[in-house]
Design a protein around this ligand. Structure first.
Ligand SMILES: Nc1nc2c(c(=O)[nH]1)N[C@H]1C(S)=C(S)[C@@H](COP(=O)(O)O)O[C@H]1N2
Ligand SMILES: [Mo]
Length: 242
């Protein structure tokens, strides 16, 4: 990873406390509120202003997680109102999988450390949901195609995997974290979870999965981060694999 790469997440200045209540308060604000900083404390406003990529904050009590979003707060979507759009082959019209359908598919649980490419790590997190492979099989996807792209209902963030990566037994369409619904700040109700890769691959607020004919670099990858983001073997890092 070269020095020129833009920061995926910036550490908070020491002595700049951001409470969970403030973080959750941010979630309720529109993007305009964040840009204007009108309703924000000076501390949070300063952080948002300094971070070109969006709002970043530690989530106190979140066991070391940082709340991260390149767009600012994202509206809550209730499971009953959620659906995942799946395009089964390049240029195909999407089919929609609702929450009941996701719940009816085989459920898989994975426990691992979460690890961001900037070095922060959260030990032993348990994600559950449906294997991406099972979502693709259920949707009649063309598994011989080269790649998959993912869209967020934040309207901006994107991710990408090769088809063989997407069919791995440690890649989930996740619906729970540590036995509870995924909170909004962690990308709920449904998040992509790519266990063997740095956490930027785990797109929050998953809205769409599309089968495509070639890998399309995601949001951070267009800015220079590795598309193949294996923990311990990418981005010039040598973290211990998890
Ligand atoms: N939609 C969306 N997904 C995202 C991001 C984001 O900004 N927007 N940031 C990525 C990065 S860099 C990290 S480290 C994790 C942060 O997840 P968390 O906010 O649940 O800690 O989400 C990843 N997925
Ligand atoms: Mo990250």
């Amino acid at each position: 990873m070269s020095e020129q790469l833009p920061p995926i997440d910036l550490p908070l200045d020491a002595g700049t406390p951001v409470g969970r209540r403030v973080v959750l308060g941010l979630i309720g604000l529109g993007a305009l509120g964040v840009a204007g900083g009108s309703a924000l404390s000076a501390g949070v406003g300063a952080i948002a202003a300094k971070d070109p990529t969006g709002v970043t904050a530690l989530v106190p009590g979140g066991g070391g997680y940082r709340y991260y979003t390149v767009t600012g707060p994202v509206a809550d979507v209730a499971p009953a109102d959620y659906s995942l759009s799946v395009s089964a082959r390049p240029s195909a019209a999407p089919v929609k999988l609702d929450w009941a359908t996701l719940s009816s598919l085989p459920q898989t649980t994975i426990t691992k450390d979460v690890q961001c490419v900037t070095g922060w790590r959260v030990a032993s997190q348990t994600w559950s949901g449906v294997l991406l492979k099972d979502v693709l099989l259920h949707s009649g996807a063309d598994l011989s195609a080269a790649a998959l792209t993912f869209g967020s209902f934040d309207g901006t963030y994107t991710e990408s995997l090769t088809m063989s990566q997407g069919l791995r037994p440690d890649v989930l369409v996740a619906t729970s974290l540590d036995g509870a619904p995924i909170p909004n700040e962690h990308g709920g109700p449904v998040r992509l979870y790519v266990a063997p890769m740095y956490f930027y691959k785990s797109l929050k607020w998953l809205g769409s999965v599309s089968v495509v004919s070639a890998v399309e670099p995601g949001y951070w990858e267009k800015l220079g981060y590795d598309v193949d983001a294996w923990v311990g073997n990418s981005n010039g890092r040598n973290d211990a694999p998890i």
